[in-house]
Ligand binder design. Structure first.
Ligand code: FES
Ligand code: FES
Length: 265
């Protein structure tokens, strides 16, 4: 009891301003406040204060964040087309295309994996060429045509590359998939136009309508990382669309004989 009396006397001296504010906000005054303080230790009240205040502080800006900020630093007006629709945006000049798509236009298909140009999850097409939208300033896209994963399907029909990814199971969690598909679609055009890659052996022999080998495909898609490791299936999906021929897995299920051998080994 002595300890509680001590609390009575020391209440205001011992409590921090934050803790006092919490008790005020809870409407705990006089005897109710003293009773409450007798039931909690100083330590738990401090912890509670810390979590309550920090969550209030952290949550507050989220609730209040305007969809259109009232004030922009380094404001620039930019107009570009996304999936065939022209958008006029006023943005901070430092806004990346990825943030403009996700935060300003609500197109969240392009993913922010690393935001440093290392994973390829944010790949989109600008004027038909694949680009990392996290490394592209939106302000540089004036009058350009941007295509994101949301713009590939036409009239409710998936793009052949999307269908092939589904058919060949070219994904697991799906996080890298929008970037993989955009990259693959742009790669089809690169092959048509005869663009060289790091593994192209003879630049003099390069022609349009290239038939890409597996090595070429893997090299050219190497900027798109898949943490789930769906690479074999992605290559298979790409090859089917690229060649127009049905692709079969290059691996086979083990025979019963092989299974038995493996068990006894
Ligand atoms: S988010 Fe752009 S490369 Fe990773
Ligand atoms: S499917 Fe999961 S990261 Fe590629």
């Amino acid at each position: 009891m002595k300890e509680f009396d001590h609390w009575d006397e020391q209440e205001h001296a011992d409590l921090t301003e934050d803790e006092k504010q919490i008790l005020d906000d809870l409407g705990l005054q006089g005897s109710t406040r003293r009773k409450f303080l007798k039931q909690v230790s100083a330590a738990s009240l401090s912890l509670w204060a810390a979590s309550t205040f920090s969550s209030t502080l952290l949550a507050h800006p989220m609730k209040e964040t305007p969809t259109k900020p009232a004030f922009l630093q380094n404001e620039v007006a930019v107009s570009f087309s996304v999936n065939g629709e022209t958008h006029q945006l006023n943005l901070d000049s430092r806004t990346s295309l990825l943030d403009a798509l996700r935060e300003h236009l609500g197109l969240t298909g392009s993913k922010k994996g690393c935001d440093h140009g290392q994973c390829g999850a944010c790949t989109v097409m600008i004027n038909g060429k694949r680009k990392l939208s996290c490394l592209t300033l939106a302000a540089t896209c004036e009058s350009h045509e941007v295509t994101t994963i949301e713009g590939l399907a036409k009239n409710g029909n998936m793009h052949p590359m999307q269908q092939a990814f589904l058919k060949h199971d070219g994904f697991q969690c799906g996080y890298c998939t929008p970037g993989q598909i955009c990259s693959s679609v742009a790669l089809l055009k690169e092959a048509e136009e005869g663009e060289a890659s790091y593994v192209t052996e003879d630049f003099r022999k390069i022609s349009s309508n290239l038939e890409l080998s597996e090595e070429e495909i893997r090299e050219r898609m190497s900027g798109n990382i898949c943490r789930c490791g769906a690479y074999n299936n992605i290559v298979q999906a790409f090859r089917e669309v690229h060649s127009g021929k049905e692709e079969m897995p290059s691996w086979e299920f083990a025979t019963e004989e092989q299974m038995k051998k493996a068990k006894n080994a």
